[in-house]
Design a protein around this ligand. Structure first.
Ligand code: HEC
Length: 318
């Protein structure tokens, strides 16, 4: 029995050390042991020290016990036993109080009158553990109701939505910084105002020296016409900006300076300028590029029956 207590004490101490480490080194949602692996070393030390203390305390106890005279030993055993007895008595009483049950001998006092074919009913008090547990649920229910339905605490659904939003943000952030996810094969033309604006800023900062502010062309070719040396469309343009132009022409690979999402933004900005009229446009260079994905969308609405909307899609013939 003593050994069981010793083992329980050691386990308890180690568990306490782990919990304390977790609480005191709260680091967002991350496990403290992941962030500081050396904590395992400290926990190991705690374990060793706890075992050492238990062993030496046990040894000290048995040495002292053996050094007692036989009478003193008997006296010691007696006090130990009465202590144990008192402890047990406390538990027995607590158990009885929690149940508040009439002893079988006194059941006559609480038996009810009705009698169903010899089956009769006892009117015992509700066990206090149950009764107070029930009161506790009532109090908790009010606390819950006021918190979530009167004072607007964050409900489970809101918590869920908040976590989903956070996760989505994390995914977006990851996508922005992860190389290899956004490539010339996967890039899509961006049309959002903020992306075009960001693209404009990148263009102004890096590209105007050779392509001019209005992209009409200077050292580099005109970027607003339909003629492309290295291919038009967002995928080709993305690829040109990422990898650069033909060797020796002056158009460097921008992948070392710009992130993939920034290249997608500036490529989309360049393409958004298509068809504008620069102040001093350079002559078209390269070949006429027709976007194979270009579509015309026709929406025909039947006025007589406005619930039927016909959408026709087809490839641009130009
Ligand atoms: C040092 C001058 C210079 C700078 C700066 C420069 N370019 Fe260029 N760019 C060129 C030249 C020269 C070419 C032609 C490359 C070739 O012929 O291979 C070119 C070609 C291109 C093309 C392909 C045009 C076609 O007809 O296929 C695109 C798109 C382009 N640049 C975009 C950009 C963007 C976006 C930036 C800024 C991030 C930029 N350039 C910065 C000189 C420059």
């Amino acid at each position: 029995m003593k050994q069981v207590y010793s083992i329980l004490r050691v386990i308890g101490l180690v568990a306490l050390a782990i919990v304390l480490a977790e609480i005191s080194l709260e680091n967002n949602d991350k496990n403290a042991f992941e962030v500081y692996p050396f904590l395992w070393l400290i926990i190991g030390m705690v374990l060793l020290i706890a075992i050492a203390i238990e062993i030496s305390a046990g040894a000290l106890h048995s040495v002292l016990y053996k050094s007692l005279t036989p009478e003193a030993r008997a006296q010691f055993d007696l006090t130990e036993n009465s202590k144990k007895e008192a402890k047990l008595e406390w538990w027995r009483k607590a158990y009885k109080n929690l149940l508040d049950k009439k002893p079988v001998e006194n059941e006559g006092e609480i038996i009810l009158d009705h009698d169903y074919d010899g089956i009769r009913e006892l009117d015992n008090n509700l066990p206090p553990w149950w009764l107070y547990g029930f009161y506790a649920t009532i109090i908790i229910a009010f606390a819950y109701m006021f918190n979530y339905h009167v004072f607007g605490g964050t409900s489970q659904k809101e918590e869920y939505l908040i976590e989903v939003a956070e996760a989505q943000e994390a995914v977006e952030k990851y996508k922005k910084n992860a190389k290899g996810l956004l490539t010339a094969n996967t890039v899509e033309l961006l049309t959002g105002e903020s992306d075009i604006k960001a693209g404009n800023a990148i263009f102004t900062a890096n590209c105007v020296a050779c392509h001019k502010v209005d992209a009409g062309g200077g050292i580099g070719p005109n970027l607003v016409d339909s003629y492309w040396i290295l291919g038009g469309g967002v995928k080709n343009v993305f690829n040109t900006i990422t990898e650069g132009g033909r060797p020796g022409k002056g158009m460097v690979a921008w992948k070392t300076n710009l992130k993939p999402d920034e290249i997608a933004q500036v490529a989309s900005y360049v393409l958004s300028l298509h068809g504008t009229t620069p102040a001093d446009p350079k002559e078209p260079e390269g070949e006429l590029y027709v976007d194979p994905d270009a579509r015309v969308e026709e929406v025909e609405v039947d006025m007589k029956d406005s619930t039927s909307v016909e959408i026709k899609m087809g490839y641009d013939e130009k």
